[in-house]
Design a protein around this ligand. Structure first.
Ligand code: ATP
Ligand code: MG
Length: 571
């Protein structure tokens, strides 16, 4: 491909609203353009990257014996009524009527469609196991689309569904998918962790997420540094350690002026947040307020709170206005001493002594507060996300890292086959509901995740397997020098004939402009053809983000070929 005839709208600056590094780089490198909130056009360079990801995903899915199909993006809403998920999915499901007044929705996932298909098409256990997959656009009306394609509304997903006669067969397929996913993310050159994930309301089901480690990730992943074990921080058990130590300080009221956050109060009092008590007021079942208590440096786990039978679901925080007007509470200074609300304390909060807490009076906090002496020890529960240094369930110590979810596998069991009444004949002639697994990969979110993990201040550094072109061929001054122009053309032909994808930058631009663009789009190898080196038969090879060296122009294609085959076989 030649830049002179390619569509490569690179930009020096990204729009200010693009905050995530990957989003900025994707816009600047001309990979995507925003159409509307959460909707992106993939420009030719970006489409090439997506295709490479799709290829790896397809190859590994095919290797497991899964069969590719394609289901419609538009689905009858009635199917979602049948599975009982229309309510659960809420407003992420975009519903609309057709011209006959029939309700349809844009598919956020395809369990309903595929279960209906299997129910119709299969009749016997002999046709199982069967795994089907597709790579297609999904639509989810996300409440907060952000970070470009990382959390979009329309995005590309690989979704696979497996059907089995029994749980044992499902478990074997799940393991095969687990292994296939590991191969996919390794081949794509990503550093990832396999994370024990929330099995949600389904209960008892097994689920794992594949998280690419990157500071921009939305998810907190708790990793045992002594093993490979990883679990979502919001799920990692944080059990009770013991009883609070006995009080050593007297209770004192202190002035804290306008300090309402834990950070502000602690800064004002020159204390660490782990010495403070945080109070969150949420709705209990029936709508009355209930206070959840956490240590100042801890965060509430929505998953764990969701399991507390006392609370309204989904979890609802009571707004500051309502706290003031309806419950006579002072947001920002709420504390357990004298508080007339039911309380549930996270174990770490219940184990505090001599702590700082709100005094339920504007501008005032207590120091030296103690359970038992100043307030009755509240009911205790595990409510928090695990934090750095906590003991790991697997025996070591937890380290908390940020992750971008790029894959999710799930043992669904018979949830959908029962809800949608998909039945097959067993060997003894009786009917059974097949056991199902589902396996998703965020094809488009992988592209953003890879950039988050592989970039520097000048641009993207693609892993070889995802690079839209493997080599940038940059002739300098080729309009003035016939030797440069000829060598560039010859090398272009030689590289292409070896099956290497090359972008020849044949624009009449200054070297600085060409280098800046090629670094921005992040191709792994840059081959520079300049008149001076060429006088002694040499060209310059630069590894993006790595070493530079001269090599004979004659050998450039062969050497690059060897380098590329070597790096592909080692990933
Ligand atoms: P999350 O909890 O982050 O919303 P999910 O559990 O809804 O994820 P799945 O339904 O398992 O996600 O989807 C499979 C994969 O699709 C995810 O691992 C993720 O990579 C990708 N994905 C999900 N939602 C989006 C989105 N809004 N934009 C881009 N990719 C997405
Ligand atoms: Mg989601």
């Amino acid at each position: 491909m030649r830049t002179s005839s390619y569509f490569l709208p690179t930009q020096r600056e990204a729009p200010a609203e693009a905050e995530a590094t990957s989003h900025r780089l994707m816009l600047r490198a001309g990979l995507v353009r925003r159409l509307a909130s959460g909707l992106y056009t993939w420009l030719p360079l970006g489409r090439r990257v997506l295709r490479l990801v799709e290829t790896v995903v397809r190859e590994e899915m095919d290797r497991t014996g899964a069969l590719e199909l394609l289901m419609p993006m538009v689905q009858p809403s009635e199917l979602w009524q049948r599975s009982g998920r229309r309510e659960d999915y809420g407003s992420e499901l975009l519903n609309f009527p057709d011209r006959h007044g029939q309700e349809y929705c844009l598919g956020p996932t395809h369990e309903e469609v595929i279960t209906a298909l299997i129910g119709q098409e299969l009749s016997s256990y002999r046709q199982l196991p069967l795994t089907l997959y597709q790579i297609s656009s999904k639509f989810r009306d996300e409440i907060r689309p952000r970070s470009g394609v990382m959390r979009a509304r329309e995005f590309l997903m690989k979704d696979a569904y497996s059907f089995h006669q029994d749980q044992g067969c499902l478990a074997r397929c799940y393991q095969a998918m687990h292994d296939a996913y590991s191969r996919i993310f390794t081949r794509l050159g990503l550093e990832y962790r396999i994370v024990e994930a929330d099995s949600g309301q389904i209960g008892g089901a097994i689920s794992h997420e594949f998280q690419v480690l990157a500071a921009a990730g939305e998810n907190a992943v708790a990793i045992d540094t002594t093993s490979n074990y990883a679990i979502a921080a919001e799920l990692a058990p944080c059990p009770a350690v013991g009883e609070p130590p006995p009080p050593s300080m007297a209770l004192q009221t202190v002035h804290t002026a306008d300090c309402h956050s834990i950070a502000a109060v602690c800064q004002h009092l020159n204390a660490a947040p782990e010495c403070a008590l945080k109070v969150l007021v949420v709705a209990a079942r029936g709508g009355d307020p209930i206070a959840l208590l956490l240590r100042g440096d801890h965060t509430l786990s929505a998953v764990k709170a969701g399991r507390a039978t006392e609370l309204e679901l989904p979890l609802r925080f009571i707004a500051a206005d309502e706290l003031r007007s309806r419950h006579n509470l002072q947001p920002g200074v709420i504390g357990p001493i004298g508080l007339k609300l039911p309380l549930i304390a996270d174990h770490a909060a219940a184990e505090l002594a001599d702590f700082i807490c709100g005094a339920n009076r504007q501008g005032h906090h207590y120091t030296g507060a103690n359970w038992g002496r100043d307030a009755p020890l509240p009911q205790r529960a595990d409510l928090r996300c695990a934090s750095q240094g906590d003991p790991a369930p697997s025996g070591g110590v937890l380290e908390i890292k940020r992750g971008i979810e790029v894959g999710h596998i799930f043992q669904l069991g018979q949830k959908y086959s029962i809800a949608m009444n998909a039945q097959l004949n067993a060997e003894d002639g009786s009917l059974f509901h097949p056991h199902m697994g589902c396996y998703g990969i965020g094809v488009s979110s992988i592209v953003a995740a890879a950039i988050e993990q592989h970039h520097d201040e000048t641009g993207i550094l693609w892993p070889i397997s995802m690079a839209p072109f493997q080599v940038a061929l940059v002739p300098l001054g080729h309009h003035r020098s016939a030797a440069v122009a000829e060598t560039a053309e010859r090398l272009y032909g030689e590289l292409e004939s070896r099956g290497i994808s090359v972008l020849l930058d044949d624009r009449a631009e200054r070297p600085g402009v060409k280098f800046a663009d090629m670094e921005l789009i992040g191709l792994p190898y840059l081959l520079v053809i300049g008149e001076r080196s060429l006088q002694h038969g040499m060209v310059e090879l630069r590894r993006r983000g790595g070493e530079e060296r001269e090599l004979p122009a004659e050998e450039a294609a062969a050497q690059l070929n060897a380098l590329l085959s070597n790096s592909i076989s080692t990933t």
